[in-house]
Design a protein around this ligand. Structure first.
Ligand SMILES: *[C@@H]1O[C@H](CO)[C@@H](O)[C@H](O)[C@H]1NC(C)=O
Ligand SMILES: *[C@@H]1O[C@H](CO)[C@@H](O)[C@H](O)[C@H]1NC(C)=O
Ligand SMILES: *[C@@H]1O[C@H](CO)[C@@H](O)[C@H](O)[C@H]1NC(C)=O
Ligand SMILES: *[C@@H]1O[C@H](CO)[C@@H](O)[C@H](O)[C@H]1NC(C)=O
Ligand SMILES: *[C@@H]1O[C@H](CO)[C@@H](O)[C@H](O)[C@H]1NC(C)=O
Ligand SMILES: *[C@@H]1O[C@H](CO)[C@@H](O)[C@H](O)[C@H]1NC(C)=O
Ligand SMILES: *[C@@H]1O[C@H](CO)[C@@H](O)[C@H](O)[C@H]1NC(C)=O
Ligand SMILES: *[C@@H]1O[C@H](CO)[C@@H](O)[C@H](O)[C@H]1NC(C)=O
Ligand SMILES: *[C@@H]1O[C@H](CO)[C@@H](O)[C@H](O)[C@H]1NC(C)=O
Ligand SMILES: *[C@@H]1O[C@H](CO)[C@@H](O)[C@H](O)[C@H]1NC(C)=O
Ligand SMILES: *[C@@H]1O[C@H](CO)[C@@H](O)[C@H](O)[C@H]1NC(C)=O
Ligand SMILES: *[C@@H]1O[C@H](CO)[C@@H](O)[C@H](O)[C@H]1NC(C)=O
Length: 415
């Protein structure tokens, strides 16, 4: 449908009405100038029952803190490209309370619909090249306060959000963060993190979910080198389906238990119809070990993982198709002395099939719990290594008779 934009010479964002909806169309300045201030103006004008149109090529060098939105449509049919201005972005990006994560765009409010087939370009190459040399990260590969790599799009403190038909490229860090939000749906999102130099991409997760519930991610593709989707602390009632993940670290519950004295919960998660190829892991649960340090930011947290279903995974060239580890990034000796107290139960693997990469020899399943894992079931498992007969490694699983394969003990536990 057409609407008539009203051009005002001095205002780059034109305002018009369309179906009772105020429309704010942002005019790009061109020549590499910062379109951020005009985008912010458009969001301010169209914050209630408005529509923001981003149909050109925009360069953004200013933090997009678009909050207080109520019933807003965002048509992103053009390209939003962030500047690779590290000196500016690292301090100006919006700081959140988990793993030093910061963002370039904090999208917040109620009833938000972002769509349009356009591109969000994180301009990650310079970030990756710089990180490759400085290795300036936080604990467990998180971001660092002194080199904060912003997330291109965070849905934060928000409710009732639908994001669809978007291309995301070159994120300096995670691509999407769902932060303290409820009822957020993503569909038909294509994500690529590709480095054109010898520096690898870093922390290029497709999605991370934190303190959020009722999150749905479907019909999307992710080509990256870190988690395809990651359920961080307090992700509940999450559905992930019809995903094509290439090159990732799998679909991961966790990491959890990173912060001593903190309770992490991941529950009611359904992940199904996943094509997982060329990946480190497939269906994964990762938890830090315990810690003697009451202020630790590298283990010692508690909580639980409960009611998780991984179904209909087709894996190809995946190093660890089914994997549970409770000594994530923890020294094995420390982990043995201070085992994780975070409990894992009610985890179901249904119809996980395909071939592993062979890097773990014949091991296709490796599920090792510290405290006992209860109600772990597997049906329809059909996994094979490139060569030889499958090995299934299990430790501290209460009833292995609910698994449709025969477990062997981990090598280190066999005398
Ligand atoms: C995402 O990829 C699919 C499949 O390749 C393609 O049909 C679709 O147009 C892409 N969407 C966007 C927004 O780029
Ligand atoms: C946050 O960044 C600082 C460095 O700026 C680092 O010391 C700290 O470990 C980081 N925290 C986490 C949890 O990554
Ligand atoms: C998000 O919510 C937290 C409280 O939960 C608040 O401290 C923070 O300022 C909010 N951020 C924004 C940008 O609204
Ligand atoms: C990335 O780091 C590796 C190892 O230190 C180095 O060999 C390579 O040249 C670096 N690449 C770039 C583009 O800086
Ligand atoms: C996702 O794709 C499946 C088949 O590929 C289709 O049946 C379903 O309607 C799609 N869902 C959405 C939300 O686009
Ligand atoms: C997770 O939720 C529980 C229960 O509401 C709460 O006690 C805990 O502090 C939350 N943890 C985080 C990391 O928000
Ligand atoms: C398990 O989680 C699913 C959503 O993934 C939910 O529909 C179901 O009610 C949950 N079951 C229990 C027993 O909590
Ligand atoms: C999981 O879902 C069940 C059933 O809807 C609900 O009773 C329970 O509170 C949910 N658990 C969490 C941690 O949200
Ligand atoms: C933990 O942090 C608190 C507050 O910063 C400090 O008082 C305490 O000494 C620290 N404890 C340890 C074991 O480092
Ligand atoms: C098993 O999963 C595959 C996709 O990986 C799907 O095509 C097939 O229909 C599933 N089988 C059953 C019995 O659900
Ligand atoms: C499988 O075995 C063949 C023949 O021994 C060997 O050439 C090939 O490299 C092996 N593949 C892997 C992935 O181990
Ligand atoms: C497990 O081992 C038992 C005893 O050796 C054997 O009878 C059974 O067929 C095996 N089950 C599977 C799924 O391989």
């Amino acid at each position: 449908m057409k609407f008539l934009p009203l051009f005002l010479a001095s205002i780059a964002a034109s305002v018009a009405a369309h179906n009772n909806r105020r429309v704010c169309k942002v005019k790009a300045l061109g020549g590499g100038q910062d379109d951020g201030p005009n985008i912010l103006k458009a969001f301010k004008k169209c914050a209630k029952k408005g529509k923001v149109v981003l149909d050109e090529y925009y360069v953004v060098d200013t933090l997009l803190l678009t909050t207080g939105l109520e019933d807003v449509e965002i048509e992103l049919s053009g390209t939003v490209q962030y500047t690779p201005d590290i000196a500016k972005w690292s301090p100006q990006s919006y700081f959140m309370t988990y793993q030093n994560a910061t963002t370039a765009w904090f999208l917040s409010g109620n009833k938000i619909h972002l769509y349009g087939g356009g591109t969000l370009d994180g301009n990650g190459q310079l970030w990756w090249d710089t990180y490759n040399i400085s290795k300036n990260s936080g604990t467990a590969g998180g971001s660092s306060r002194t080199f904060a790599r912003p997330i291109p799009l965070t849905v934060g403190n928000a409710t009732n959000v639908l994001i669809e038909d978007l291309r995301q490229i070159g994120s300096p860090f995670w691509n999407n963060f769902v932060y303290q939000s409820k009822h957020v749906t993503y569909r038909r999102i294509n994500i690529t993190a590709h480095s054109y130099s010898s520096s690898p991409t870093a922390n290029s997760d497709g999605w991370d979910i934190y303190r959020s519930s009722f999150v749905t991610i479907t019909n999307s593709t992710v080509k990256n080198s870190d988690d395809c989707v990651s359920f961080k602390p307090n992700s509940t009632n999450v559905l992930v389906s019809h995903m094509d993940c290439d090159g990732s670290h799998g679909i991961s519950v966790g990491s959890l238990g990173q912060y001593a004295g903190t309770t992490d919960i991941v529950a009611n998660v359904s992940v199904h119809d996943i094509i997982m190829k060329n990946a480190q892991y497939g269906a994964r649960i990762k938890v830090f070990g315990g810690s003697p340090d009451a202020n630790s930011t590298a283990g010692g947290g508690s909580g639980f993982v409960k009611n998780i279903t991984f179904a209909n995974f087709q894996v190809a060239n995946v190093e660890g198709p089914i994997y549970i580890n409770q000594c994530y990034m923890t020294d094995p000796e420390v982990c043995a002395k201070y085992p994780s107290t975070l409990s894992i139960s009610d985890v179901h693997y249904v119809n996980i099939t395909g071939t592993s990469a062979g890097t773990q020899g014949t091991v296709v399943v490796d599920i090792q719990c510290s405290a006992q894992c209860k109600d772990i079931t597997a049906t329809g498992t059909n996994l094979s290594p490139p060569n030889g007969t499958s090995t299934y490694v299990c430790k501290n699983i209460v009833s292995t008779n609910q698994l449709d394969f025969n477990c062997t003990a981990p090598a280190a536990d066999v005398e």
